[in-house]
Write a protein that binds this ligand. Structure first.
Ligand code: 6GU
Length: 291
């Protein structure tokens, strides 16, 4: 997978040298390039923002540096000023008629194998749609992602209209910019790329892949500070361990994210566990169970 990141703070992305992502880069599974937006300015002050039309506090990121950066990084993937937004009409995966994406400066090895293909272009923003494990899985199937990190009050709308495939938010709070959000999204996506995690199975049990939160986990020692590991985990009874984990998952989800329970696929046993725990089973589930 190829990942390009456009930002005014390239240093944030030093973290991508570490851990799983760093290892995957070394092993050639990921090709990450970070581009400084100020490198695409044409004034001596290398300015990237200006006052908002219509007034109000805060600055807006100017369209010209973004246009130049995206033209350079993503090639002919923009709509070149055509009226409809890319997200509305541009066919995903449609590469026909789009210019070859020029490999970015500084990328080793000359022409990239993905040059000429169309990237999926993501703008993290608190005004975006929620970033979920489902979207993470979808992005993990792409050969090429471009992340555009906004700052200040946001990026001039015309840049997004021309280039954005996805505008995504991490949650209902406001970060100072898209950099930390991009790091989070890159980590969530790349660990789903085959070969990156190393242990392909562990992604399958994660919170959200089952629609429920994961319950607690334990390792040695069996007693720590007077706190014992639940007996069942030491029993060697795999079926009992499996049942216990499902119960913990249900109870954790009921306590912390009851909204997820309403959408999860629950068995009759699951519903019985929740009722025995005195958890109100969502009406929608109870209705489905009654059928
Ligand atoms: Cl994606 N960006 C910013 N700036 N703030 C956020 C966010 C994204 N998601 C939640 N808060």
């Amino acid at each position: 997978m190829r990942i390009d990141i456009i930002t005014i703070f390239p240093d944030y992305f030093a973290a991508l040298d570490l851990s799983l992502v760093g290892k995957a880069r070394t092993r050639g599974l990921l090709d990450v390039a970070v581009h400084d937006l100020r490198g695409y300015t044409d004034d001596p002050h290398r300015s990237v923002d200006d006052a908002a039309y219509g007034g109000g506090p805060g600055m807006v990121m100017s369209p010209q540096p973004w246009g130049r950066a995206l033209e350079s990084v993503a090639g002919g993937a923009g709509d070149a000023g055509i009226t409809a937004g890319r997200g509305d009409t541009a066919g995903r995966g449609d590469t026909a008629g789009r210019g070859a994406g020029a490999p970015s400066a500084g990328r080793a090895g000359g022409a990239h194998p993905d040059a000429g293909r169309r990237p999926r272009i993501v703008f993290p923003t608190p005004s975006g749609v929620p970033f979920t494990q489902r979207l993470s899985r979808e992005l993990a199937e792409q050969a090429w992602l471009v992340f555009c990190c906004g700052r200040y009050e946001g990026i001039d709308r015309r840049v997004l209209d021309a280039w954005a495939d996805d505008e995504v938010s991490l949650g209902d709070y406001v970060l100072a910019g898209g950099e930390v959000a991009t790091l989070a999204i890159v980590e969530a996506v790349t660990r789903l790329v085959p070969g990156v995690l190393g242990n392909e199975e562990s992604a399958g049990d994660d919170s959200f892949s089952t629609g429920l939160l994961e319950g607690p986990v334990y390792t040695r020692p069996a007693s720590f500070d007077g706190r014992a590991v639940p007996d069942v985990l030491l029993s060697g009874d795999h079926a009992a361990v499996h049942r216990w984990r499902r119960v913990q998952s249900l109870l954790t989800t009921a306590a912390r994210r009851p909204d997820l329970l309403a959408r999860a696929t629950l068995s009759r046993d699951d519903v019985a566990v929740l009722e025995a725990a005195g958890v109100g089973v969502p009406a929608e589930i109870a209705r489905r169970m009654a059928q």
